[in-house]
Design a protein around this ligand. Sequence first.
Ligand code: NAP
Ligand code: MG
Length: 472
Amino acid sequence: MKAHDGMYIDGDWRPSAGSSTIDVVNPADEQVIAKVPAGTARDVDSAVAAARAAFPVWAATAPADRSARLTALRDALAARRDEIAETVTAELGAPIGFSRKVHADLPIAVAGSYAELAASYAFEEKVGNSTILHEPVGVVGAITPWNYPLHQIVAKVAPALAAGCTVVLKPAEDTPLVAQLFAEAVHETGLPAGVFNLVTGLGPVAGQALAEHDGVDLISFTGSTAVGRRIGAVAGGAVKRVALELGGKSANVILPGADLTRAVKAGVANVFANSGQTCSAWTRMLVDAARYDEAVELAQQAAAKYVPGDPGHAESRLGPVVSAKQRDRVRGYIERGTAEGARVVAGGPDAPGGRERGYWVRPTVFADVTPDMTIAQEEIFGPVITILKYEDEDDAVRIANGTVYGLAGAVWSEDEEEAVAFARRLDTGQVDINGGRFNPLAPFGGYKQSGVGRELGAHGLAEYLQTKSLQF
Ligand code: NAP
Ligand code: MG
């Protein structure tokens, strides 16, 4: 695949200060499809310097001008829709249909939402004898993961630009190609040089240099809890702003009167989408004791429809996971589940038939899962569902809230009021009621250890603003 051999810094592609490169691997067949430069601390320095220099002018632009640039960015992304989808399919392994509908269309929609919000947001408000100014925070360091690689970039960069901030992005090493495509789209929009900068590289090198950089005013990170904790500590030490989006172990609670067939089907689809590599996935299905066995059977039937298939084929529903590391991690969890006494009713730890090459995992359903098991507590990040039994509503609430996470969740009931009353008792940032659709304007983010801050919509824009009060 096409790749740039430089960093996008100060409005141009420049050679890296170092000479190392990163192999980009197609997870479906383990072929190296491209190489990108592995950025160094010096590259991060140059990128931050460019972002700092660009900040005063960009911060002072009229919101309508920023809106116009973001509209151009949206259009530049939309013009690359197919290329984005093919790139994400090649470097992440997502089925092409899913890549078009989600990996391409979602970030295009989010970019469009910030084009509108930049124009409509109240950057000034009056409170009594004060005028409150909502001003950009400054230079943003964005560190993103590989699982929704373009969405996670746009969910940080678009609101930052809308707010008047400038940005240095360090994307995941596994999915740098779509980040380069994004930089191309930015370049085409004619944003002033230095407003957006891209440094590809390794987390512990380029990512860490960015998180620790004195010239960065806000770090926005999405990824693992382990790295997020460190970034939060570094940011706290330097008294700089930080936003963390750290994954989850969300509950899909099917209340006794709910349409079981529909709820189980949607629950299985929710987890197996993107090979289970979704931080908000409903990886714990909670079913009442009376209908537990029926739910397990329905889940088993639903899982049988997810046959691992070549990501490039239009009819494929389940691709590989992103890397050998993730494959081994997910398979390890499947073995652990069995060892701790859960029952595999679909899938298992071995490679799917005929898939010796590539990072494949069989879509797996666990029954007889109890809340204390490792597979019911830790984020697996693969196509693995756990089904738990609850006795009554209080028990369901206790189990649903019984992890360190709180990112998303679902409640199913024949009575919407009952579902809403239940949702109010959940310690989590989002709850979908009876299969409610994803809303790209709704705040997304975590309670408890799922993170700090919110992304998307007006709440996501507010993350990049700080307030100044003028008294009259
Ligand atoms: P990760 O290491 O936390 O990666 C996220 C981002 O942080 C990547 O850009 C990564 O760079 C960078 N990074 C790594 N170490 C860093 C450091 N010391 N300082 C600054 N930045 C650093 O996550 P992962 O290893 O890809 O995945 C591990 C697990 O994290 C998954 O199994 C899953 O449970 C969880 N995860 C959650 C989400 C989510 O959406 N919340 C996304 C991805 C992963 P590199 O790409 O070079 O590592
Ligand atoms: Mg990593």
